[in-house]
Design a protein around this ligand. Structure first.
Ligand code: TPP
Ligand code: MG
Length: 728
């Protein structure tokens, strides 16, 4: 706040910045700088020399006008929130966010997450004004084909966009994962550094709206963040009382800050200025206050008016998601003191001023680099590890401890997965994860690992950078947090729950696929094989529902050795992988192929060849592969040479050359039968119209697994009958 002078606001009330709020001496609440804490103050609190001046008022007016113009030009989009959040985002990007627009991938940067992704212009306009690669032309092509400014921010598409947002609430929950990952990486690389002095300390800033805070996922994620005391997380809540149906009074009445206080968060708020705009002085003071809080997450409720100061449309649901129209825009520009006749009007003076934040960014980066270099010199091992992680490399011998399971024994694939997790964990410090309270069922626990818990925790084996994550019974937040953990690309994370509850995390899984994040899901209890818990716990439609998500690999290994193989493949993939694992024991198949990662990585392969030219092919996944092998015995005995194909991952199979696919499923063999304990749906693609599917087209029931397989006809005799029906 040094140099941030109240009087400067008073002169620019007409521009939308007033000082109606109570003046606070925010410097008094900051700790006195000492030699050791200097880096802490400059980096964690992001104190910069920024001081508000008339040109900043003009810049905010420019941002408000660009929001209106961009939507008006394309004819659709969300102008209102971008108009009214302009001062908030501007203050963040100009003062509080530690970033370097010339290097959007700088690992020391703070992260900004726009959880209310519909207001993408809030972000795009600041990226442009701060001198990232976005241009005015990009704003002019908002929401059009091939533009860098799609309707909602897309990770990997636009420099400076840290995460794909739009599904409300997921951004905030992803930010929780980012904050967790930041603490984990810091613990891994620079654990002994005093708080705030490490080059790996950074903050996650989030803007979220009413919609985000109504969504259940933010309740899950915020509860977890409060419990984890994530002091590197700040949420700014755009409290504008408006959503699409208008006044949120129709559906939303709780005291949001009281809820967050109960979650253990630091809460703060900023009242509106007298004229209805954001009180930037008070906001600056509040953000300065929360910047000093490092022992728990903070939320700042900012009372705001959507679409301010549009004379007819401000404070309505209409301005949320429709162009204002030329007349309303002109009237609004007049009120803001902008030229009503000009569009996309950015003065040289404004852009030169706003882009000068690059100097601040460069200075912060240089300062950080010195601290980083010092760290590197002191920590050659850590530096080597960081280089490996940044290059996304695996160390030599990384899979040396992966077990081989003995043929003929009985092992549940979840158990094999648990063994592999531990074998990988022994070699890969970047490998961490946990479960939504089912660690002992999913077998996701890293033995001898510590639990990821805050410094205040008195739980046994608690560590601020423990490798075992207790997500609690919060599947959706777990999914989003896993995305946040994967976004930096440094660590490798996994999360488990029962397969049937993959539904609860589906929205996050879809985003992982969309963002191409290498997250691994450990979904156990994968079929009616669950048994007595009954149909609520037995997945039936899930395999195909998940296979329907583009870019997600659904992997259902046949036995323990195939499980070991698919884990090793999964860890090298660049996209999310769902491991679908059995609760029940499965026979370890007597074949060298199941453990061969090259063979298994093809997705489907000939596990047992027919004794002569195949007349039939049985294709199976997971627990049904051994049923297929048993059926083959019978079919061979009855004179039908039968091939069995194990198909742990149809997505990997579809990636193979047509020659390879033809070699596994030759067109000439039309008697093809699939067997999988779930709906048939997509199997027809593989068995063809002359094939057959042994499947389950209804819910399961509560009984022993063997009884259910028998009653529901997921049996070798059903396969034999189906093949015989086709071959005759
Ligand atoms: C999960 C989800 N449900 C519904 C939507 C559709 N939607 C987009 S914005 C919005 C209203 C959001 O209200 P608020 O966060 O208050 O945004 P504001 O109008 O204040 O910008 C809705 C329902 C969505 N994007 N995501
Ligand atoms: Mg709202």
């Amino acid at each position: 706040m040094r140099g941030f002078v109240r009087a400067k606001y008073a002169r620019h009330v007409a521009r939308g910045f007033t000082s109606a709020g109570t003046e606070t001496d925010t410097t008094a609440s900051l700790p006195a700088p000492s030699a050791i804490a200097r880096w802490a103050l400059d980096t964690i609190n992001n104190v910069s020399e920024f001081s508000w001046s008339p040109i900043d008022d003009k810049a905010v007016v420019t941002a408000r006008c660009l929001a209106m113009d961009s939507v008006q030009k394309v004819g659709n989009g969300h102008p209102g929130t971008a108009m009214s959040l302009a001062p908030v985002a501007y203050l963040l990007f100009q003062k509080f966010l530690r970033h370097d627009p010339s290097d959007p991938h700088w690992i020391g940067r703070d992260r900004f997450v726009l959880s209310n992704g519909h207001s993408s212009l809030t972000l795009y306009i600041q990226l442009y004004l701060s001198g990232y690669s976005l241009t005015l032309d990009d704003l002019k092509s908002f929401r059009t084909w091939d533009s860098l400014t799609p309707g909602h921010p897309e990770f990997g598409h636009t420099a400076g966009v840290e995460v794909t947002t739009g599904p409300l609430g997921t951004g905030l929950a992803t930010a929780v994962g980012m904050a967790m990952e930041s603490r984990y990486v810091r613990g891994l690389l620079d654990n002994d550094a005093p708080a705030g002095t490490s080059p790996f300390d950074h903050r996650i800033w989030v803007i979220a709206g009413d919609g985000c805070l109504q969504e259940g996922i933010t309740a899950e994620a915020s509860s977890l963040a409060g419990h984890q005391e994530l002091g590197n997380l700040v949420v700014i809540y755009d409290d504008n009382h408006i959503s699409i149906e208008g006044d949120t009074a129709v559906s939303f009445s709780e005291d949001v800050l009281a809820r967050y206080a109960a979650y253990g968060w630091n809460i703060d708020h900023v009242d509106m200025a007298a004229d209805g705009s954001v009180d930037a002085n008070a906001l600056d003071a509040a953000l300065t206050r929360v910047s000093a809080i490092t022992d728990r997450p903070s939320i700042v409720r900012v009372r705001n008016i959507i679409g301010w100061p549009a004379p007819h449309l401000q404070n309505t649901g209409k301005v949320h998601g429709s162009a204002l129209g030329d007349a309303e825009i002109a009237a609004t520009k007049a009120l803001l003191g902008a030229n009503p006749d000009a569009t996309f009007d950015v003065s040289d003076e404004v852009i030169a001023h706003t882009q000068s934040v690059r100097h601040r960014g460069a200075a912060l980066h240089t300062q950080w680099q010195a601290t980083f270099n010092e760290w590197e010199a002191r920590n050659p091992d850590g530096a080597a590890l960081l280089t490996r992680l940044r290059n996304r490399e695996l160390p030599a011998e990384w899979n040396a401890d992966v077990p081989v399971f003995e043929a003929g024994t009985q092992v549940a694939t979840r158990k094999a997965s648990g063994d592999v997790i531990n074998a990988l964990a022994a070699r890969l410090p970047e490998f961490w994860g946990g479960s939504a309270d089912l660690g002992e069922s999913n077998l996701t626990t890293i033995e001898h690992g510590d639990s990821f818990l805050p410094a205040s925790s008195t739980m046994p084996n608690a560590s601020t950078h423990g490798r075992i994550i207790h997500f609690g019974i919060r599947e959706f937040a777990m999914g989003a947090a896993l995305n946040g953990m994967a976004l930096s690309g440094l660590t490798r994370s996994f999360g488990g729950t029962f397969m049937v509850f993959s539904d609860f995390m589906r929205g996050a899984v879809r985003l992982a696929a969309l963002m191409k994040l290498p997250v691994t899901y450990v979904w156990t209890h994968d079929s009616i094989g669950v048994g007595e818990d009954g149909p609520t716990h037995q997945p039936v439609e899930h395999l195909w529902a998940l296979r329907a998500i583009p870019g997600l690999d659904i992997v259902r290994p046949a036995d323990a050795n195939e499980t070991a193989a698919v884990w090793q493949i999964a860890i090298q993939r660049k996209n999310p992988v769902g491991l679908v694992l059995s609760r029940q024991n499965l026979p370890v198949i007597d074949s060298s192929l199941t453990a061969d990662t090259h063979v298994v990585s093809r997705g489907a392969y000939v596990l047992a060849e027919a004794s002569a030219a195949p007349q039939a092919i049985v294709i199976a996944t997971g627990s049904e592969v051994s049923i297929a092998l048993a059926a083959r015995e019978e079919l061979e005995a009855s004179g039908i040479p039968t091939r069995v194909v194990s198909a742990p991952c149809l997505e990997w199979f579809d990636e193979q050359s047509s020659d390879y696919r033809e070699s596994v499923l030759p067109r000439s063999v039309t008697a093809r039968v699939s067997i999988e304990a779930g709906i048939a749906q997509g199997w027809w693609k593989y068995v063809g119209t002359d094939g057959a599917c042994v499947s389950l087209e209804h819910f399961g029931a509560s009984a022993g697994a063997a009884k259910l397989y028998e009653e529901f006809g997921i049996t070798s005799s059903a396969v034999v009958k189906a093949v015989q029906g086709l071959v005759k």
